[in-house]
Design a protein around this ligand. Structure first.
Ligand code: PLP
Length: 410
């Protein structure tokens, strides 16, 4: 008689084939079994036609990658543990000592931090440019530039650049450079970065699945997407060597949310535009930054590329309001919760120091930055619109607004 433990570990029962249901099963594995040593030697993880080791994918992760490739209009997708690791994996795959990377001055802050610390330590130079000014990018392109980051719109300040013009400029002046786009805001829905006007295309996108694809403020994950097979090969080998697997349980949560992403995106966009319009009429608002709102920086570029927008807006307060006063306004909100991130059901709010987002300095770059604009004098408050009723969100803003001290007529 065999030990019951052995019987359980090697139990012969297999559930019958043919189970079919809406949700993709959650396959958890570190070890994956092979039929023979010949089978083991035959398999490779990079082309994703077979299974080798849990770190390199299970049926669950492959299904999400395929769905995201459809969403992002890409051919290949790689899952990573966060949006930030999508950025750092792209940097690591395409940059080496002596190269230069360019970033927009309004890029996602941690992208600039990784550049300033790790990439600088590895002997990789960087420069910032102003995405709203193609000449500012052109002036920094030379044959050392191997990677150029784009972010549409800019982080926090949400200026919408002329994306096709930026890509055209890179292709003309630095054909050797990889063009990478942080596509978290567009989410694959607002525009197709792989088919811009005139046959222009970005090479690779990073997407924080933490935001709209998760939709629940409860999963951290990122993806890297591209169309080109050779770029995918480079990315996949770097990704595999870095050991950046994702947990199948987290993947199944994103798979559950993904079918509703287009509905949520549209609803949050519509709500955000109503709120942006209401805010424009409030006293003490210097400016409402929201690409879909006429008058917002780069609105015309947005209108040429997109019909949709993410549910994000930033209020620039009248510069006479101090940060403490604006903090008190934010503290008085009840529906908007204070914190980072966006794309979930709960509306979020964060205060940014005046002028900080666009002037956050890469320390080695002070001189370079002097030529870049810091156009925001007032305190900035970013709102991320969730799925609450729009009138309830406006009422919440109105009651907090009523607590702000009145400004003397200018
Ligand atoms: C949130 C965000 C990231 C990072 O995503 P995490 O999953 O939080 O690491 C990167 N880029 C943009 C534009 C983001 O909004």
């Amino acid at each position: 008689m065999t030990d019951p433990a052995t019987d359980l570990v090697h139990h012969p029962y297999r559930a019958p084939e043919g189970f079919d249901a809406a949700q993709t099963p959650t396959h958890r594995a570190s070890s994956v079994f092979f039929a023979s040593m010949a089978d083991l030697r035959r398999r490779t993880w990079v082309d994703k036609t077979t299974y080798t080791y849990g770190l390199h994918g299970t049926p669950t992760t492959f299904v999400l990658e395929a769905q995201l490739a459809t969403l992002e209009h890409a051919k290949h997708v790689i899952l990573v543990p966060s949006g930030l690791s999508a950025i750092t994996t792209i940097d690591t795959a395409f940059l080496k000592t002596g190269d230069t990377v360019l970033l927009p001055d309004n890029a996602y802050g941690p992208n600039k931090d990784f550049t300033r610390h790790e990439l600088a330590n590895w002997g990789i130079a960087h420069a910032l440019y102003d995405q709203q000014d193609v000449a500012s990018l052109a002036a920094r392109l030379d044959d050392k530039v191997k990677l150029v980051w784009l972010e549409v719109p800019g982080s926090v300040t949400l200026e919408f650049p002329d994306l096709p013009a930026l890509v055209r400029c890179i292709r003309e002046r630095a054909p050797q450079a990889i063009v990478a786009l942080d596509n978290t805001w567009g989410a694959g829905l607002a525009f197709n970065p792989f088919e811009l006007e005139g046959g222009l295309t970005v090479d690779v996108t990073a997407h924080a699945l933490t935001k709209y694809p998760s939709g629940g403020s409860d999963v951290l994950m990122g993806s890297i997407a591209c169309r080109d097979d050779a770029l995918y090969d480079t990315l996949a080998w770097t990704h595999g060597r870095l050991g950046l697997g994702v947990g199948p349980d987290d993947v199944s949560m994103v798979l559950r949310s993904l079918p509703s992403i287009a509905l949520r995106y549209a609803a949050q966009d519509a709500s955000c535009r109503q709120i942006a319009t209401w805010l424009q009429g409030q006293p003490g608002v210097q400016r409402v930054l929201c690409p879909a709102l006429p008058g917002s920086p780069g609105h015309a570029h947005w209108a040429r590329l997109c019909t949709q927008a993410a549910g994000l807006l930033t209020i620039e307060f009248d510069a006479r309001y101090t940060r403490d006063q604006v903090d008190a306004f934010v503290d008085a909100l009840t529906r908007f919760r204070i914190g980072w991130s966006w794309g979930g059901a709960v509306s979020m709010v964060t205060v940014y120091q005046a002028a900080r987002p666009r002037s956050t300095v890469l320390k080695s770059e002070t001189a370079d930055l002097r030529s870049l604009p810091t156009p925001y004098a007032g305190v900035l408050v970013r709102l991320c619109i969730g799925l609450e009723g729009t009138p309830d969100l406006i009422a919440d803003l109105a009651q907090a607004w009523a607590q702000l001290p009145a400004l003397a007529q200018a």
